[in-house]
Design a binder for this molecule. Structure first.
Ligand SMILES: Cc1cc2nc3c(=O)[nH]c(=O)nc-3n(C[C@H](O)[C@H](O)[C@H](O)COP(=O)(O)OP(=O)(O)OC[C@H]3O[C@@H](n4cnc5c(N)ncnc54)[C@H](O)[C@@H]3O)c2cc1C
Length: 377
């Protein structure tokens, strides 16, 4: 019998599995998908990892295993209101940081986690599902994503809704040569436009002129022709990165907001997207999940020192209390951004551009924005 059974070896289930295994807990991990395989080049599926999450991934031995070509450090973030009237730009230096975060290829990160498990002798049962009624364990961890069947089986209720939008992702290639009107810092910046068709993020890849595109929109940006997509991309990016030379295959993901009422029950706990899924516009979903994983391991280790059972509801409630506030605040903030930046109202538009300018010009507000974006708050 294993002490901890984890359903789901995504980023969050795996990071928790590694951290718990390193703390000496007996861990068993199941994932219905096959083990990830390293892609040849960076894919369009990336995540922005904040410095706090990167430190956690380093502590559990994963960070150093990600090949450099799949990680791009970014030093500056520029946000535009898409009307050419308001913008904010913040740098790592202004926040006293060495970088604002990292853009990491999702598959390369999963491969690094899987290799780390092999090195540390933690077996992951790929392409296997588990019958949770049959498994003997002290604690069951549901890390099987936003559509978690384990959460349903445990009877933990959720609330949520669809945004009626999809996030379209691809890699866009801008000219590798910088013309004099473009910033020499172009390739070390992350960009966000709140364009008429929805929030558009351009995240630098470790390959000159290449950016991962994450475009949240109610329009179908996958079926339109490549030429139409490139024209729309050039129009929305206002020429700030230069002309688009080409784009990769586009994929799309439906967007939703979802929160479980309770993250815990006696002997079981929800982790990552199984507990909370938020709009990706600020790139915070996985970062919240890494913080869940780190917090849960800390609470289980404390319980062991106190001589308490790791499935004890009192112990698990401590994890829930610590994590719920942060994930609910993040969900509220994403909702606020979404409403403010998708509103057609001219009054909201005026406040939006004034608001961006105000934060840009006020050092204290700016430092606060940097702290939130880099996971320090
Ligand atoms: C377009 C987009 C962009 C994003 N960008 C960012 C970003 O920049 N930064 C950020 O922090 N977050 C971002 N996110 C959010 C982030 O992707 C998620 O928060 C994160 O992937 C959640 O990880 P997870 O491990 O909880 O769930 P998942 O990644 O969904 O993993 C769940 C795992 O469980 C397995 N599984 C499912 N059912 C079962 C079962 N019955 N038995 C066994 N295994 C099962 C699956 O195979 C999978 O491996 C983005 C999301 C989207 C949609």
């Amino acid at each position: 019998m294993s002490e901890v059974v984890i359903i789901g070896a995504g980023f969050i289930g795996m990071s928790f599995a590694l951290a718990a295994h390193q703390q000496g807990f007996g861990v068993e991990v199941y994932d219905k998908a096959a083990a990830p395989v390293l892609p040849k080049a960076a894919t369009s599926q990336v995540i922005a990892v904040n410095p706090v999450s990167a430190e956690f991934l380093a502590e559990i031995g994963v960070w150093g295993l990600i090949p450099d070509r799949f990680v791009a450090k970014y030093q500056r973030m520029s946000v535009f209101d898409g009307q050419g009237t308001g913008s904010i730009s913040f740098t790592a230096e202004e926040g006293g940081l060495t970088c604002l975060g990292y853009i990491v290829d999702q598959v390369a990160l999963r491969v690094a986690m899987s290799e780390c498990a092999i090195v540390q002798g933690l077996e992951v049962k790929w392409t296997e599902t588990a019958d949770i009624d049959e498994l003997q364990r002290d604690l069951l961890v549901a890390a099987d994503g936003a559509h978690s069947a384990t959460r349903e089986k445990l009877g933990l209720k959720k609330v949520g809704y669809s945004y009626g939008q999809n996030a379209t992702v691809c890699v866009a290639e801008f000219s590798p040569e910088l013309s004099p009107e473009l910033s020499p810092e172009r390739d070390r910046q992350a960009y966000q436009w709140f364009s008429d068709s929805g929030p558009l993020a351009l995240l630098p890849l470790n390959d000159r002129g290449k950016f991962a595109v994450v475009w949240s929109s109610s329009q179908d940006l996958v079926s339109i022709s490549e030429t139409a997509f490139i024209l729309a991309l050039e129009a929305s990016t206002e020429g700030k990165l230069g002309g688009v030379q080409g784009v990769s295959l586009r994929h799309s993901f439906p967007l939703m907001q979802q929160q479980a009422w309770r993250y815990v029950t006696e002997g079981a706990v929800l982790l990552g997207d199984a507990a909370h899924a938020i709009h990706p516009l600020a790139g915070q979903g996985a970062n919240l999940g890494f913080a869940d994983a780190s917090c849960l391991v800390t609470e289980l280790s404390a319980a062991r020192l106190e001589g308490r059972g790791i499935g004890d509801l009192g112990v698990l409630t401590r994890y829930e209390q610590k994590r719920k506030t942060e994930s609910r605040l993040a969900a509220l903030a994403m909702e606020g951004f979404h409403q403010t930046f998708t509103s057609d109202s001219s009054i909201v538009g005026l406040f939006r551009s004034r608001g961006l300018r105000l934060v840009n010009e006020n050092k204290i507000l700016k430092r606060l924005a940097i702290s939130v974006a880099s996971g320090q708050l």
